[in-house]
Design a protein around this ligand. Structure first.
Ligand code: ZN
Length: 430
């Protein structure tokens, strides 16, 4: 018997039955109540009774961020307004915000998802959870707090910034779990160190998310805050908010709540499924969402499914951490490559820095890739040739693509305050 309060223990068969039931309900609900989906599903020739197996998911049309923009301010709305109890929004990268509506049942499902996160992280009702993420229109603060209270731990809702208050609450109330971005956790670790408060801090765990982080950064805040463990959280506003999945104590990927939404991993170019275990774009379909259901929503996030059972004992399936955005994909000699995969190859090499640049060229109809990597400060330039060879070998092994690796001096590659341009593609110049 399972000892979990919030995490379900489901056989593959039970999970698939729940997914089919949820998919049938979602399509029926969207057809009956959303003019947007009724038009889209109608164009695709889909009727309410057409979903007989999970394979029928592939007959459904995709939903994308432009559908949210077109439907502004309340896109995909599928319930009468009197059933909407709340909205949240996220900043759109271009123009309008993404505004999403929630019914009371949506809020209840979300807090249940979030309670699973705290359970996966091994918290108990005696934990004190310092929540240092944005409150208000954003989903983060509301989600972390709802889930914490539903789980039964003590929420210390502070929001981001305000370091003096953070340190005071941290020490006076003895917070045991920190919820923050990786950057905020690192900053707090540095402040704790500076103020000499380490002995008065009782933190054991940190749940962090919303931005990419490197293993080095994670190790730094774990050490500075004296943590036993930390956990990467996933989620997006379109799919309730954060809390859609959590890394488990075995640290072998992220368990996601597959009884509440279906994940497909598709090639972002062809929109066909990738081979099992390969990286592609995560496309999600909600199974219980009322106010704004998602049917095959293209998240643009890249990850891969992790097959097999997890040693932690949780039976819900896993995907890898988010590896980047599909907009950044390169197609090289028929292989899809993402800049984040190159970064992952470089990570174990102590003699290179985190900075790299990918240059693509074409000679006589054949594509070539050069990866320029900075030597780490203090590493011996005499070793460059060996280092280049080792990096190239590792790249070939994990990406199935041959690249020429050039080691350059520390600080030689361009820097940026925003998003660093890592790919120079000259293949279509002539
Ligand atoms: Zn696990």
């Amino acid at each position: 018997m399972s000892t979990y309060r919030f995490l379900p223990t489901l056989s593959e068969e039970e999970l698939r039955a729940r997914q089919l039931e949820g998919l049938q309900w979602t399509v029926k609900h969207a057809l009956a109540n959303s003019p947007h989906y009724r038009a889209r599903l109608g164009e695709a020739g889909v009727q309410a009774g057409d979903i007989r197996s999970l394979d029928d998911l592939r007959r459904l049309p995709f939903t994308s961020v432009s559908d949210l923009r077109d439907g502004y301010p309340l896109p995909l709305l599928s319930v009468p307004e009197e059933q909407v109890v709340r909205i949240h929004a996220s900043s759109g990268t271009t123009g309008k915000r993404k505004v999403l509506a929630y019914t009371q049942r949506d809020i209840d499902v979300w807090k249940h998802m979030f309670a699973r996160c705290y359970e996966t992280a091994g918290l108990t009702t005696l934990d004190r959870v310092q929540i240092c993420v944005g409150y208000g229109l954003w989903t983060a603060g509301a989600g972390f707090q709802l889930g914490c209270e539903h789980f039964g731990a003590m929420a210390l809702p502070i929001g981001p910034g305000n370091m003096d208050m953070q340190l005071q609450i941290l020490t006076d109330l003895g917070a045991t779990c920190l919820c923050a971005t990786a950057s905020m956790a690192l900053l707090m670790g540095e402040e704790v160190e500076k103020a000499g408060l380490r002995d008065r801090v009782k933190l054991r765990k940190c749940i962090f998310g919303s931005e990419t982080h490197s293993p080095t950064m994670r190790k730094a805040f774990e050490e500075k805050l004296g943590l036993e463990d930390s956990f990467d959280i996933t989620g997006l506003t379109e799919l309730y908010g954060p809390g859609a999945g959590l890394e488990c104590a075995a640290h072998e990927g992220i368990h996601y709540w597959a009884d509440l939404y279906i994940v497909e991993i598709l090639d972002p170019e062809t929109l066909e499924p990738v081979e099992p275990g390969e990286v592609g774009e995560m496309v999600v379909t909600s199974l219980q969402k009322e106010a704004a259901p998602l049917i095959r929503y293209r998240t643009r996030d890249l990850t891969r499914l992790l097959p097999g059972d997890c040693p932690c004992g949780i039976t819900l399936p896993r995907h890898d951490k988010i590896l980047g955005r599909s907009d950044d994909m390169i197609i090289f000699r028929g292989v899809n490559i993402y800049p984040g995969q190159i970064a992952a190859v470089l990570e174990p090499f102590a003699d290179v820095s985190s900075e790299y640049q990918i240059a693509l060229s074409r000679r006589e109809g054949r594509d070539f890739m050069t990866v320029r990597v900075e030597r780490a400060a203090g590493a011996d330039p005499a070793n460059d040739e060996n280092l280049a060879q080792a990096v190239g070998h590792s790249m070939h092994k994990s990406l199935m693509a041959r690249a020429t690796v050039e080691i350059v001096n520390p600080g030689e590659l361009p820097r940026s305050f925003g998003k660093t341009k890592r790919v120079l593609d000259d293949r279509n110049r002539e």
